[in-house]
Design a protein around this ligand. Structure first.
Ligand code: AMP
Length: 281
């Protein structure tokens, strides 16, 4: 696996890769890679596909506060994980290449970005859409590989690519979890041991929602309340949202009479966690 930083180096590496491979798949990440990211890379690697991984902590998708500075950075371990998962190229963009002095253009996403993550992190999806458009403009991938864990992000980016006439296909990979159910996240490493136990309330709430719906519960608000009650049992956890919504429109569902999705977000101490799960009536 080759590692590049500058746009010139990237261009050279992509020219070499394109001559030897049919397809380029891009796996955009913020680094501090774990088995969830690894699953994205392994999903895309194939005899006719070369995987390009980017690690870039994107400042425009963070709100005010310390989360951006605090976000974990582990470039050496990232290179080891990306290489062993089969990536062909690791691109570690320089800030000055993505946001050069004087740049001022942003992608502004419409109402699909207004609920859930967009409501609790104003401007977040504009930052995500802006950086992803920059990354794919530079790398021109045939395939963009994203994680189901950030389901709203997938829906938002599908909309953005469609609206901006990008033909790139999006591949979605299921949530990778710890054995006890906690969804892997680069932010899990912030959790103190008692917080780590309380963090299980998110996946437990989703499991209870899935079970209730499988057992015939069709009232969206009742399922949302079930999730809130489970998360309320964790004393240091503050729920941001517990929502049952249509998987594609992300509109809240009053009646669950077709495949739906449950979404949760919560803060534990200074750490913010999200998770999601399919609901099948
Ligand atoms: P991040 O580095 O957190 O911005 O995530 C980069 C990509 O990895 C996104 O498409 C995420 O949805 C995906 N991802 C993060 N955690 C997981 C996980 N536990 N399972 C699957 N994909 C994940």
């Amino acid at each position: 696996m080759r590692t590049v930083t500058s746009l010139e180096e990237l261009k050279g590496a992509l020219t070499d890769l394109r001559s030897g491979s049919d397809r380029i798949a891009l796996v955009p990440t913020m680094g501090a890679l774990h088995r969830g990211h690894e699953a994205l890379i392994r999903h895309a690697v194939g005899p006719d596909t070369t995987v390009v991984v980017t690690c870039f902590v994107n400042p425009t998708q963070f709100g005010p506060g310390k989360d951006y500075e605090r976000y974990p950075r582990a470039p050496e371990a990232d290179a080891r994980l990306a290489g062993s998962a089969g990536a062909g190229l690791l691109w570690l963009p320089r800030m000055a290449d993505i946001y050069p002095p004087g740049e001022m253009t942003r992608v502004r996403v419409g109402p699909i970005a207004a609920s859930m993550e967009g409501l609790h992190r104003p401007g977040h999806f504009d930052g995500v859409a802006t950086v992803v458009i920059k990354l794919i403009t530079a790398a021109r991938p045939d395939l963009l590989v994203l994680g189901e864990k950030d389901w709203q992000q997938v829906v938002v980016l599908r909309q953005v690519l469609r609206d901006l006439l990008w033909p790139t296909t999006i591949g979605v990979v299921p949530v990778v979890r710890e054995a006890d159910g906690l969804a892997l996240s680069s932010r899990n490493q912030y959790l103190a041991s008692t917080e780590r136990v309380e963090a299980l309330a998110l996946s437990h709430a989703l499991a209870a929602a899935a079970e209730a719906v499988a057992n015939g519960e069709t009232d969206g608000a009742t399922v949302e309340l079930t999730m809130r009650e489970i998360m309320a049992e964790a004393p240091s956890l503050t729920v941001e949202y517990a929502t049952v919504a249509h998987p594609e429109t992300l509109l809240r569902l009053v009646r669950i009479n077709r495949p739906a999705r449950a979404f949760v977000a919560a803060r534990i101490g200074k750490t913010r966690l999200i998770d999601t799960r399919a609901l099948t009536p």
